[in-house]
Design a protein around this ligand. Structure first.
Ligand SMILES: NC(=O)c1ccc[n+]([C@@H]2O[C@H](COP(=O)([O-])OP(=O)(O)OC[C@H]3O[C@@H](n4cnc5c(N)ncnc54)[C@H](OP(=O)(O)O)[C@@H]3O)[C@@H](O)[C@H]2O)c1
Length: 520
């Protein structure tokens, strides 16, 4: 470490001393034989265990329908870690101690007897904390959330209580409802048996380091925050692109579409973090209050405005990296005449003092040229004198890009003189890269989220009013599209950046999409 780095280390400012500790207890996963458990939850728990971040004692119970001896389930989970985890490795020295903590409980969600069996299992651990400090993870279909929670309550495993020596909490996977009415209904059903404080709605985007860094970047640096407003910012582009098609998830996607799958949650969450006002404290409620305030300031779209403010698309046959890709309508479990959107681009306006008149462009899609998530804050051009007067639109306006993934980091784009005897300008970039600065360690989002839920810190989870505010924004769009056939203009080639209409959406205001670029 050189001297400058040493001095930087001395300036590390720790903010989580007041962070709640994780108490001994049991995590019960409902839907434990499913895809999410093996691909995300167990690898995350294993990494937390290896990093000594799980409490002692601690147990993991998997609850699902098909019968499975513990030994078989543990073996499946081990293979899952080797296949899907960020390290792809299981330490043979540590595995037995982790495996011992993992138990399978076979049961049907609708069967009250299954919850009694679960209660017996928890009691058999012989420790009051393992029986009564419980985190119920609902990794099930959303239509089963309410049923499971009701049975948990009736069997005495879940008490509606917001304080006390022991506590029970519920983590709910996305999607949370399929429209505002269903989200409100689900909220009512869950809060019959648990207080809002006990409910943790997941959006795994909030567990990503780079998404968490948005608030640090904005509110711990005076130079950027002073520019973060309508006086300096021309517009903002938020892109979440995926190069994959729907693959084997066609059945799910036919129900969801890009609007529900990505915009209602991930994109609106990122938008809220990028544009919210500073919270009064770093407490969960203060941060969530500001996010809700922001979501409520987004100008509602009237039915007559949808076609000029929102673009949908669906991919047809094309090529990505030279490899042929089939059309969405030919994917497994997709209707041959499906109207489901695999691409959405939207222009949203925020009606508050900071952002009035600044367009926020959101874009997401499948089968796009590359997988990348980024936020580009595009600043206003310089006045039309001096360099701008001579260069015209060739003089690039400044931009800050928050690269959420991959190549996690931040780039600043500005103009610089090309060295030489003639006077020439061109854009140059300054890159901050997480990897280069901190090394390659980036924990999976689920590691952070599981730890926070176990500790009872709700900052990274979605509050009831937040989820409802997000549906309020998205519902009119969904309704306007409902039953409408896709037009020729709405199809896009797999491997392109979406339908032409998405370019026209920006061109109408003199803007163009800046596509994520691979960083070399
Ligand atoms: N997979 C992902 O990457 C991902 C990403 C984000 C969000 N999610 C969300 O996470 C949730 C779970 O997804 P998943 O992909 O893991 O689903 P999945 O593979 O279909 O698994 C569903 C699980 O629920 C169990 N189950 C279903 N009906 C049951 C019943 N009546 N009684 C007892 N168990 C029952 C299944 O058990 P059996 O198989 O033993 O019947 C299985 O363990 C969903 O809400 C999904 O939207 C998933």
């Amino acid at each position: 470490m050189d001297q400058a780095e040493h001095l930087d280390e001395l300036l590390i400012c720790r903010l989580d001393f007041a962070h709640k500790t994780v108490e001994p207890g049991t995590l019960v996963i409902f839907g434990a034989s499913g895809d999410l458990t093996v691909r995300k939850l167990i690898p995350a728990l294993y990494h937390l265990f290896v990093a000594n971040q799980l409490p002692d004692p601690f147990r993991i119970v998997g609850f699902a329908r098909r019968p499975k001896p513990d030994a078989d389930w543990r073996e499946e989970l081990k293979e899952g870690i080797e296949k899907f985890s960020r390290t792809k490795k299981v330490d043979p020295e540590k595995w037995p101690a982790f495996a011992e903590k993992v138990t399978y409980c076979q049961g049907e969600f609708s069967d009250p007897g299954a919850y009694q069996k679960l209660e017996k299992l928890l009691s058999s651990f012989g420790n009051e904390a393992l029986r009564r400090n419980l985190l119920f993870y609902l990794s099930t279909s959303p239509s089963q959330f309410a049923e499971v929670v009701e049975h948990l309550h009736e069997s005495g495993l879940l008490a509606k209580a917001d304080s006390g020596k022991f506590c029970q909490r519920i983590v709910v996977e996305k999607p949370f409802g399929h429209d505002l009415a269903s989200a409100q209904k689900l909220n009512q059903e869950l809060t019959r048996f648990a207080y809002e404080k006990q409910i943790y709605r997941i959006d795994h985007y909030l567990g990503k380091e780079t998404v968490q860094n948005i608030l640090m970047f904005r509110f711990s640096n005076s130079i950027f925050e002073q520019l973060w407003n309508r006086q300096a910012v021309d517009h903002v582009q938020i892109t979440v692109s995926e190069s994959l098609g729907v693959g084997s998830r066609g059945g799910y996607y036919e129900e969801a579409g890009a609007l529900r799958d990505m915009v209602q949650n991930h994109l609106l969450q990122v938008l809220a973090l990028v544009s919210m006002e500073p919270p009064v404290t770093l407490e969960a409620e203060a941060i969530r209050d500001e996010k809700v305030k922001l979501l409520k300031s987004i100008r509602p779209l009237l039915a007559s405005q949808i076609s000029s403010a929102v673009v949908r698309g669906q991919y047809i046959e094309g090529k990505i990296d030279g490899q042929p890709r089939i059309a969405y309508r030919r994917e497994q479990k997709v209707a041959p005449n499906s109207k489901v959107e695999t691409f959405v681009a939207a222009r949203l306006l925020i009606d508050n003092w900071r952002w009035s008149g600044v367009p926020f462009y959101l874009r997401t899609g499948k089968s796009l040229p590359l997988s990348a998530s980024e936020v580009r804050v595009q600043f206003r051009p310089t006045p039309n004198v001096l360099f701008a007067a001579q260069c015209g639109p060739k003089l690039d306006a400044n931009a800050i890009t928050l690269r959420l993934q991959p190549n996690e980091g931040i780039s600043l784009r500005f103009n610089g003189k090309i060295p030489g005897t003639s006077l020439q300008l061109r854009p140059v970039r300054m890159h901050f890269s997480y990897d280069a600065e901190f090394g390659a360690y980036t924990p999976e989002a689920y590691e952070r989220l599981l730890l926070e839920a176990l500790a009872g810190d709700a900052t990274l989870f979605i509050r009831r009013d937040e989820v409802e505010a997000a549906w309020t924004i998205v519902d009119p769009i969904r309704e306007a599209w409902s039953g409408l056939e896709l037009t020729e203009k709405e199809f896009y080639l797999a491997g392109s950046w979406g339908p032409k209409a998405a370019d026209e959406l920006l061109a109408a205001r003199g803007h163009t999409w800046r596509n994520p670029q691979p960083i070399t």
